[in-house]
Structure formats: C-alpha cells, structure tokens
Design a protein. Structure first.
Ligand SMILES: Cc1cc2nc3c(=O)[nH]c(=O)nc-3n(C[C@H](O)[C@H](O)[C@H](O)COP(=O)(O)OP(=O)(O)OC[C@H]3O[C@@H](n4cnc5c(N)ncnc54)[C@H](O)[C@@H]3O)c2cc1C
Ligand SMILES: *[C@@H]1O[C@H](CO)[C@@H](O)[C@H](O)[C@H]1NC(C)=O
Length: 429
C-alpha cells in the first residue's frame, strides 16, 4: 500500500509540500477550507466571515508590499520573474503563487471547501475528519502522515487593556485592517511595533490627522517619521475618548488598531496528537516542525524572524524527503534533546517562551542542518545575508528600504543598489 499523506491547507506550505510529493509513490491530498490557494497572500476586502460562514483567513491589506526582496521569497525550482519588482505588492506575489500551483498541476490534488475539523491518533494511524463547508457533508479518512500547513497569522492576539470596554471609538485588530480610507482625518492609535505595526502605522499616517504609535520596542528606528506621527510608550488605560500612557500623558483617540500579533491556533488537533498547544507556542517540535511524540505529524511554517517563504519551502522539501523514506528521523530521545536544548536557551536568556519559534541569527545554520539530515538542497547562505541587510535598511528608513534592488551573484554573495522610484507613489511626510 502506498504511503497516505494528508496536507492541511493550500497556502505556500501546503502547496510546496504537494509539489514535492508530486510524482513520488505516495497518495496525498490537500484539504483546503476556502475556495482558493495562497492562504494569507490572497487579499479579500471583506472582514469577518466569508461567503461560506468561515472566519476570513487572510490578514492581507490593500497596500502591502513584501518586506523582503523577491529573491528571498522564491519557491525552490520556480524562478521569480525577472520583471517582478524588487519588493512586489501582494497582488504580484500572489500571481506568482498561482502560477506555481498551475505549473505543477497542483489544483487537481486540492479538495477545496473542505475544512479539517479533527485529527486524532488511533491504532497507529491518523484519523482525519473533515467537512464540506457548503453541504456540511462529513468525511473521515486514515493517513500515515499529516502535514499541518494552516498558517498562524489568522487568529488575532487581543491585548487586555484596562478601560478597553469603555472606549467609545472603533477598535480593530490588524487581521481586519484592509485600507486606510476609513481613518482619513482621524486620530488613530496603532499598538505594537512588529512588521504589521510599523507598516500599517505608516499606511494610516498618510491620511490620518494624527497617528499615535504605542509600543515598548527598544529599537532605534531612524526613519524620518512625518510630523503627524507620534511615538508613545505602552498604554496604561483607555478612557471613553482616548488613551492614558504609562508616562502619564493623554491623547484623544478616534480609532485603535491593535497590531499585537497572532495566536497559534489548531482547534482540530486532538490531545492524542501528543502536542502541547498554547496560544503563544506549540511544543515539542524537532527542527521547529516535527511533532516529537508523534513524528509522522509535521507542522510547517511556525518559524518567525526568517526568510519565511524560503524556510517553509525547505521544510516542505524536508517533509517530502521524510515521507518517501529518503532519510529517517533519529529516536524520540534525540529529537526531544534537540528541542530541549533550544528551550533551555530561550529560558536562560530570560526571553518569552514564544521565542522557541524564533530563527533569527540561527536561520542559516537551520538550513545547513535540514540539508545535512535529509539530503535536500540547501537554502543558500546568501538569503540570510540579504535578510540581515534588509533588516538594517528597515531600521534606517522604513520609507525607502524597498527602493533597494538586490542581485544574487552566487550562493554566498549578492550586490545591492539604490534605485529610488521615478514617481514616488506614497507621498511620505
Ligand atoms: C500581512 C502579512 C504579510 C506578510 N509578508 C511577508 C513577506 O513580505 N515575506 C515573507 O516571506 N512572508 C510574509 N508573511 C508571512 C506569510 O505568512 C508566509 O509568507 C506564508 O504565506 C505562510 O504560508 P502558510 O502556508 O504557512 O500559511 P497560510 O498562507 O496562512 O495558509 C494556510 C491555509 O490553510 C487553510 N486552512 C486553515 N485552517 C484549515 C482547516 N482547518 N482545514 C483546511 N484548511 C485550513 C487556510 O484557508 C489557508 O489557505 C506575511 C504574513 C502576513 C500575515
Ligand atoms: C529522494 O532522493 C532521490 C535520490 O536522491 C531524489 O531523486 C528524490 O527527489 C528525493 N525525493 C524527495 C521527495 O526528496
């Protein structure tokens, strides 16, 4: 009997997994709850529920351009078009994902509108329950492997700020941010300084009267922020009409956008999966993805602070190599130890345990390790180097870091030149 593989989700992780299982002696299916590929890269102007009553998965906003140059977002073996801008809009990058899906005939493997509702370990197999989201017909099927590719930028992490319920203006989470129009001439409070907080803050500041940015990140942003952009520390309390900050200052506010991140959310994973699930971390995972207690289950794409697409794609290739038997995993104790060492390091540094998913400076070594173990082609070191310089450029100026054009010379080297756009679309200060 052929190995049976269930891939849950048709975003970049699910699609790359399918692509690399394609043509192997494996029976696989991709179950996707929406009617689309590309997951979070598909912009949807709506918020709330979709046409089938499911919570909208995508967190994409209209003006998003990638925060990494295109070279760092290439899917293995499928060259990024020469004429693609260096930092494409979501729209252009989404076309690339669709082209990939079509080129490898992946559509025929995807069961669209099928939502996975329960994954259980029973009698040494995975029992996967799923339903058709329109007809509500239920199915159950057995699999040898499960690749969980459902993303983790969908379920908002809501802060609990005193006075939140008394605030009379509108509060949204970045998951529901689509475009700046509704904030025109308003006084808007953006909370959080992650990638979305910075990006959405600048997007809204283009039209808002004031943009109050509250965060505690101790990073020296050297961006020349416009005069309507005001930095504040953490919020102490919200009132009916505004916010009091921990430094005692007060600001009148019309609307709030929480850019406070997302939760890991796997409502379909039964306890028998052996994973410990927390909104801020999923453990224990060997190599950031293999479920140590049930190593025929892999969770892709949980890594943060990395060239996420390259990392996900390498994980998909590793997963495929594992499934077809190109390598075998070490015994459970060894896998547990690899995880434990990383866990200990996070604790020793006094960092929040969510850092267990952080690649950051370990990114390049991660690629080396994945390849050494599984035999997959290594993600070249040049990508890590590009990301490092891109991060520097962001600190320098959030308005201009996307004006750099990167050219890869070889696996270790690249060149970068500055090419300001002829006509600046976004007017800045
Ligand atoms: C706003 C935003 C900007 C980003 N910008 C960049 C960037 O510039 N560069 C970069 O490298 N990365 C970026 N990322 C990271 C991005 O998450 C990854 O690039 C990548 O798209 C993640 O792919 P994924 O397949 O893991 O998840 P997703 O794209 O989230 O796909 C998951 C899929 O699983 C499906 N699904 C979920 N639950 C179920 C279920 N129960 N049953 C069936 N199907 C289900 C969903 O419908 C979805 O199609 C960004 C993310 C966000 C949110
Ligand atoms: C498994 O290894 C063979 C031989 O190196 C290779 O041709 C094949 O692509 C690999 N398969 C996967 C899914 O990695």
């Amino acid at each position: 009997m052929k190995t049976r593989v269930c891939i849950v989700g048709a975003g970049i992780a699910g699609l790359s997994s399918a692509r690399h299982l394609q043509g192997e002696q494996v029976d696989f299916v991709v179950l996707e709850s929406t009617n689309y590929v590309g997951g979070t890269w598909r912009y949807d102007p709506r918020t709330g529920k979709d046409e089938n009553g499911l919570p909208l998965h995508t967190s994409m906003y209209k003006h998003l351009r990638t925060n990494l140059p295109k070279q760092a977002m290439e899917l293995y073996g499928f060259p990024i078009p020469e004429d693609m801008p260096s930092f494409p809009s979501w729209k252009i990058y989404y076309e690339y994902i669709k082209a990939y899906t079509k080129y490898y005939n992946l559509y025929e493997h995807i069961k669209f509108l099928h939502e996975v509702t329960l994954i259980k370990r029973k009698d040494n197999v995975w029992q996967v329950s799923y339903r058709h989201v329109i007809t509500n017909e239920h199915f159950q099927q057995e699999f040898d492997y499960v690749l969980v590719c459902t993303g983790h930028f969908s379920k908002p992490n809501w802060p609990d700020i005193p006075g939140q319920a008394t605030f009379r203006g509108k509060i949204i989470h970045s998951h529901d941010y689509r475009e700046p129009c509704e904030f025109k001439d308003k006084r808007v409070l953006v909370v959080g300084a992650g990638p979305s907080g910075m990006d959405i803050g600048l997007d809204v500041a283009e039209v808002s009267r004031r943009l109050i940015h509250s965060h505690h990140l101790k990073v020296n942003f050297r961006t020349p922020f416009p005069s309507n952009f005001i930095k504040k520390p953490d919020i102490k309390e919200l009132t009916e009409t505004g916010a009091i900050f921990v430094d005692g200052s007060f600001e009148e506010i019309d609307s709030i956008i929480y850019c406070t991140g997302f939760e890991y959310y796997y409502p379909f994973l039964d306890e028998s999966s052996g994973l410990t699930l927390d909104p801020h971390h999923v453990t224990p995972l060997y190599r950031y993805m293999v479920n140590v207690r049930q190593p025929t289950m892999l969770l892709l794409g949980l890594v943060v602070r990395a060239c996420v697409v390259a990392a996900i794609n390498a994980q998909a290739r590793y997963a495929a190599a594992l499934v077809v038997g190109n390598f075998t995993l070490p015994p459970e104790e060894v896998m547990m130890k690899e995880w434990q060492q990383r866990a200990d390091a996070v604790v020793a540094k006094g960092r929040p345990f969510s850092d267990i998913h952080l690649l950051a400076e370990k990114e390049d070594q991660y690629y080396a390790d994945l390849s050494a173990e599984s035999g997959i082609d290594r993600v070249p070191p040049v990508l890590f180097k590009i990301r490092t310089l891109d991060t520097e450029a962001k600190l320098e100026n959030l308005y201009t870091y996307r004006d750099y054009v990167y050219t890869i010379v070889d696996n270790d080297n690249f060149i970068r030149r500055y090419e300001p756009p002829a006509q600046k679309e976004c007017c800045g200060p």
